[in-house]
Design a protein around this ligand. Structure first.
Ligand SMILES: NC(=O)c1ccc[n+]([C@@H]2O[C@H](COP(=O)([O-])OP(=O)(O)OC[C@H]3O[C@@H](n4cnc5c(N)ncnc54)[C@H](OP(=O)(O)O)[C@@H]3O)[C@@H](O)[C@H]2O)c1
Length: 284
């Protein structure tokens, strides 16, 4: 790891006034760090002695996560991915607090539980802003910084549903397919300049994603999803993502056999997969 400047002696959650000094720690910025996979990633990177920048909408929850990351500098930059126009300010704030950004983990996101016909357009709009346009705006705000330093790594948490269409997830699938496409193209542009892109496709992970998912009218579903309840732990998912990023993998699938089978069937037996997904949706 090359030398760089970072905050020293900042208490977890410190936002300003920290003294700058030379450090060899990598700075890892995680969105959606207040819960689930993002929270587990914060603890995983803290154990690896990274300096952290934690972001999401709920500052109190970010402070709770920061208090679980002792011994490393933690900066908190609250942001709303649904407001892409605020991402330039957020990136400036993160660089000001942490001195640099080495790894940007685009993890924050929202899911959906409703058919396309039942979903009002405002939900499609919010889903695209939160899951796609917010991360894209943040990426564009950070790119000049990474290009100038000739180093950086975008870690993009998409989904198996960024490759496979699924009933009752049209807005979610659209936002994740878009994310996948943007970063696949960006990778080709920036890799010669020393910037990596790792696309992460989780299957079912035991988080609050189903509870927070939007119904057709934009209200949270606030209900369990049996697939998510039986899914992989966020800690195991974070370990797998950490290993994939350390190995500079391009694409990584993280989840169980069933979702892996769906990815394979999507490629080799798409009509069979369609029938299975339609039958499952009718049962639910
Ligand atoms: N769990 C799964 O089975 C699964 C499967 C595939 C992909 N994923 C992806 O994994 C990522 C993390 O989800 P999770 O499973 O950990 O769910 P989660 O527990 O609901 O966490 C979602 C995180 O995103 C943040 N977030 C939501 N809307 C935001 C906004 N407008 N601005 C900023 N932050 C926002 C939330 O924080 P605040 O509420 O504090 O803003 C929270 O920290 C998502 O991108 C999701 O699509 C999850």
């Amino acid at each position: 790891m090359c030398k760089r400047w970072s905050i020293s002696g900042a208490e977890p959650g410190a936002q300003s006034g920290a003294r700058l000094m030379a450090s060899t720690r990598s700075v890892v910025w995680i969105t959606g760090a207040s819960s689930g996979i993002g929270e587990a990633l914060a603890y995983r990177y803290a154990r690896a002695d990274a300096a952290l920048v934690l972001s999401s909408r709920r500052e109190d929850e970010l402070r709770r996560v920061a208090s679980g990351c002792p011994g490393v500098p933690v900066s908190i930059v609250p942001l709303d991915l649904g407001r892409p126009e605020t991402m330039v300010d957020a990136a400036e704030r993160a660089i000001e607090l942490a001195g640099a950004v080495d790894v940007m983990v685009h993890n924050g996101g929202l899911s959906q539980r409703a058919s396309a016909v039942e979903t009002v357009y405002a939900v499609d709009d919010l889903m695209m802003r939160t899951n796609y346009l917010g991360p894209v705006a943040l990426t564009k705000a950070l790119l000049p910084h990474m290009i100038a330093r000739r180093r950086g790594h975008f870690v993009v948490v998409t989904s198996v549903l960024g490759r496979v269409g699924m009933p009752n997830r049209s807005s979610y699938c659209a936002s994740k397919f878009a994310l996948d496409g943007f970063f696949r193209a960006l990778r080709l542009e920036v890799s010669p300049g020393g910037i990596d892109v790792t696309l992460v496709m989780p299957g079912f992970v035991r988080t609050n994603i189903a509870h927070n998912a939007l119904t057709g009218n934009g209200r949270p579903a606030a209900a369990d999803d049996p697939d998510i309840v039986k899914g992989m732990s966020p800690e195991a998912c974070a370990d797998r993502i950490f290993a994939a990023v350390s190995a500079r993998r391009r694409d990584v699938y993280v989840g169980g056999m069933k979702e892996h089978a769906a990815l394979l069937a999507n490629r080799w037996a798409p009509r069979v997969l369609d029938s299975i997904l339609q039958a499952r949706a009718r049962k639910k």
